[in-house]
Design a binder for this molecule. Structure first.
Ligand code: ZN
Length: 257
């Protein structure tokens, strides 16, 4: 699932270097990284890159593509491992990245109205652009600065919301680290917000339980639904999202600020 999984992995590796260890994510024989692993783990002293399989400081964790510890595939749905708890991840920015992350200032609210539209589960995680627009309008009426990231595969641009050009996902996270709040769906940026220590209001809906991939530092809204994990367009998930009101999200946002 891309960046979110790598950020969760960085949470699993937290503190390893302080114990003289590095975590090898793989099957016990090979360290199995994806392209997004290289992006997220750059500069991270707790994680061992491919090629370190024989090093003496290695400790294996079986968390890799096709084998995540928080779910397993049964037919057309995920079955969630309710014993799994996401730990906030870590991103190690170099000096240039940290400097670049300050170029839009700070204390703004990042709104992400759509996540990963190319995934089959996208409809189940979609609260609706019109709802996000309504929240953005209310925040702006309250005098807050609402922004949205604009990269290669960006969501639809909300009206009246400042569009911040980003050069990469890491660049977006460096900017996000200066934010007061993130509002958006369950996905890469909510994991990113937890990793850079930014509070969030996360629209979970009925797909994945907040107890598994959510964070205690965030307000996680489910619309009262139990998570189904369906990889198909799901009526239950749509109803869960419909049960979350603009008022509820706006109030949660203002409470977090
Ligand atoms: Zn569902």
């Amino acid at each position: 699932m891309g960046f979110g999984d790598q950020i969760m992995a960085s949470g699993l590796a937290r503190g390893a270097a302080a114990l003289g260890k590095r975590i090898a994510f793989g099957d016990g024989k090979r360290i199995l990284w994806e392209k997004s692993s290289f992006d997220i783990f750059r500069g991270n002293p707790n994680v061992a890159p491919p090629g370190c399989e024989q090093d003496p400081d290695i400790e294996w964790i079986d968390f890799y593509k096709g084998h995540r510890k928080y779910n397993r595939r049964v037919g057309n749905r995920w079955v969630w491992n309710l014993n799994f708890r996401a730990t906030p991840g870590e991103i190690f920015f170099d000096a240039a990245e940290a400097t670049a992350g300050r170029r839009y200032g700070e204390s703004f609210v990042v709104i992400e109205p759509q996540s990963a539209q190319w995934k089959s589960v996208a409809p189940n995680k979609d609260w609706g652009v019109a709802n996000f627009q309504a929240v953005a309008d209310r925040l702006r009426e309250s005098g807050l600065r609402a922004v949205q990231f604009r990269g290669d595969v960006s969501a639809v641009a909300l009206a009246g919301v400042e569009q911040l050009r980003t050069t990469s996902f890491r660049d977006a996270l460096a900017i996000l680290s200066r934010a007061s709040l993130y509002i958006g769906s369950e996905g890469g940026l909510h994991h990113g917000a937890a990793a850079v220590g930014v509070p969030a209001v996360v629209l979970f809906g009925g797909f994945v339980p907040p107890s598994v991939t959510g964070y205690a530092t965030h307000t996680n809204l489910t619309g009262g639904a139990a998570a189904c994990g369906s990889l198909n367009r799901c009526n239950h998930c749509r109803k869960a999202m419909e049960a979350i009101s603009v008022d509820e999200v706006t109030s949660a946002a203002l409470a977090r600020l």
